[in-house]
Design a protein around this ligand. Sequence first.
Ligand SMILES: [Fe+2]
Length: 345
Amino acid sequence: MIFRQLFEPVSCTYSYLLASRPGGEALIIDPVLEKVDRYLQLVKELDLKLVKAVDTHLHADHITGLGALRDKTHCITVMGEQSKADVVSMRLGDGDKLTIEGLQLDVIYTPGHTDDSYSFVMPDRVFTGDTLLIRGTGRTDFQNGDAREEYESIFGRLLKLPDATLVYPAHDYKGDTVSTIGEEKAYNPRLQVKSADEYVALMANLKLANPKMMDVAVPANMKVGLHQEEIARRGWSLSARDAMAAVGKPDVALIDLREQGERERHGTIPGSLHVPYATLQESIRAGGMLNELAKSTRKRILFYCAFGERSAMAVQAAQDAGLSSACHIQGGIDAWKKASGPLVH
Ligand SMILES: [Fe+2]
């Protein structure tokens, strides 16, 4: 596995770049806006293709690199389903898998620091965001934080992992880089409590100042969605309602860009073909399946995904590849559901 721990000194944030092999797909966890060029340089140097950018939660102390990475690489932005961010390409829930080529991370919902905090587990390591820090835990006094939930997330979920599991947090202010579950159980001062009540009392007495960047970072991090207006202005968008009228017509090929797990969990629009976003490029180039479909049948290619981000990027890519009939369902399955569009499970 290729693994890099990257540091941003102003907010003391750790970001993690993971891939299974040189030349393969990569994902990044908790990227910071100011460091985006550095990440991209490293991705290039390691001969990787960035396909997912993930935030463990909505950060209050730095501006996320999610939007900039998506704009520069067309990667998929990922957060938990509780996140207040306006649009991310993909939302995960407890029990889901976060996958790229050759790697699979178990997704566990670990609220408490915020109500949208997630941890990502691999066989030998866990990315804990701000839920469990090295010799500390995430503060619970804003962003719908809840000390009792954090206690449950830490004691009920994270500390149940094997003692040897490596702990990689989203921050460290002392310069520590990694710990283990066993070490934290034994030496983390916040975890030496006998009950949830004791933990709640401990957290209530921390009296921390708000992060310096909070008033800037939180609003900025809630607005990371791709601007889909340009796609709409060019006539490449259908509202969910217009799409409902088009679906089922013989001249429309409906293409689902989501991953299999999302399809199983949220259902699919009847009659759609599955072309995962990760395989889009090979499908739209000359000789590819969608390219052939568009050219041989003259069908209109109608993309959709979860929230309209992947499909908006797909429309642009397909148009660039000469598929002039490509369009998408604005707002994705989310908008389709709100318009009471039919779904099959
Ligand atoms: Fe945080």
